[in-house]
Design a protein around this ligand. Structure first.
Ligand code: ASP
Length: 343
């Protein structure tokens, strides 16, 4: 098989709200920088997990997407992030409900590599763990832009106009009566990455502030293996974005990997898994990116947009796709001999 290698990065799925040409250009620039950073590492012989972590750190640090310094706010106006990382040998690490790290993806990697656990939650436990392993954390400093956004979103919720949270709306009074809105603010769109090395080893990662105005303590798909991400060297790797509650219900990333395992290429697997999601839960919910172990890439959504970028050995340059009508790059034709697949 004539394999390819490279990385796909996403910056969230949702409805398209173009603010300006400059905004679109900035998103493309940052997504491209993230994919190029990951690809350079792969090209130098770096691992797919390193490529995924470094690409996601670029997005977390940008404060433009809903992750790291750009994370969105809870109903009480605070930041709590979720993240996960997984390697094709099935090692994985996840964190949930954490506000003490500006790079949650690195904390998830530390859980994978330095503990015997898969998922750890909460600031107290994660700061103790970080101290024990000598990992220095810098607290998240959300931007003023997020606080503005929080005030607007909260006002919409108070008018009963946030369709996503009908039950939470009834709890609003209890959550808002005491506090004290913190002067903090986070973001817009979750970030993730999937990568495949020259030797076909794969990895996936995801990092998010979660959904706007979530209840404190809510953990989404981005901390859940099989939902937000999945990676298996016998199949490929996938990373999802969108309404986490729905992504968890259909185990979106695991579905994509299962389809690749039985011979679907990455693109077919993404489309099929999203079709299943649409059939069960409707449109406007999620998007997913994937690579298969032969180096083919895929992406699909049932939302208006899925911001993403691609960089593979077979491509001349990194390509970012943000606008609803833009198409992903063409990919090299790779036709593995399916009879040789090892199910
Ligand atoms: N999936 C994320 C969550 O539900 C949100 C997103 O992808 O934008 O926490």
């Amino acid at each position: 098989v004539n394999r390819d290698y490279g990385i796909v990065v996403h910056g969230g799925a949702g409805s398209f709200t173009p603010t300006s040409k400059a905004d679109i250009a900035q998103r493309k620039r940052i997504l491209s920088r993230a994919a190029s950073t990951g690809y350079e590492l792969l090209n130098k012989g770096g691992s797919s997990v390193e490529a995924v972590e470094e690409a996601i750190k670029v997005l977390e640090d940008s404060a433009v997407f809903n992750a790291g310094s750009g994370a969105s706010l809870t109903l009480e106006g605070k930041v709590t992030t979720d993240a996960a990382i997984m390697k094709g040998d099935l090692s994985c690490g996840c964190i949930g409900c954490v506000s003490i790290s500006k790079n949650p993806i690195s904390l998830a990697r530390a859980v994978m590599e330095r503990s015997d656990h898969v998922l750890m939650v909460g600031d107290e436990s994660l700061s103790k763990f970080s101290r024990a392993i000598g990992l220095h954390l810098s607290r998240l400093q959300p931007s003023p832009r997020r606080l503005e956004q929080y005030k607007r979103n909260l006002a919409t919720m108070q008018k009963g106009l946030v369709k996503a949270w009908p039950r939470n709306y009834k709890l609003l009074k209890d959550y808002l009566k005491n506090d004290s809105f913190q002067k903090t603010e986070p973001v817009s769109d979750t970030v993730g990455a999937v990568a495949v090395e020259k030797n076909s080893t794969v990895a996936a990662g995801v990092s998010t502030g979660g959904r706007w105005l979530k209840l404190p303590g809510r953990v989404g798909d981005s901390s859940v293996i099989g939902a937000g991400i999945y990676a298996d060297d016998l199949a490929g790797a996938a990373s999802a974005t969108g309404a986490g509650e729905e992504i968890i219900r259909v185990c979106l990333s695991k579905s994509v990997c299962d389809l690749m395992r039985i011979g679907a290429d990455a693109q077919t697997a993404c489309e099929t898994a999203v079709n299943i999601l649409t059939a069960r839960r409707g449109y406007g919910i999620a998007g997913v990116i994937a690579v298969d172990r032969f180096g083919r890439f895929g992406s699909a959504r049932n939302t208006e947009m899925l911001q993403r970028s691609f960089r593979f050995k077979s491509m001349k340059r990194t390509l970012a796709v943000v606008m609803p009508k833009e198409s992903p790059p063409a990919q090299r034709k790779i036709s593995p001999n399916l009879t040789r697949l090892n199910f």
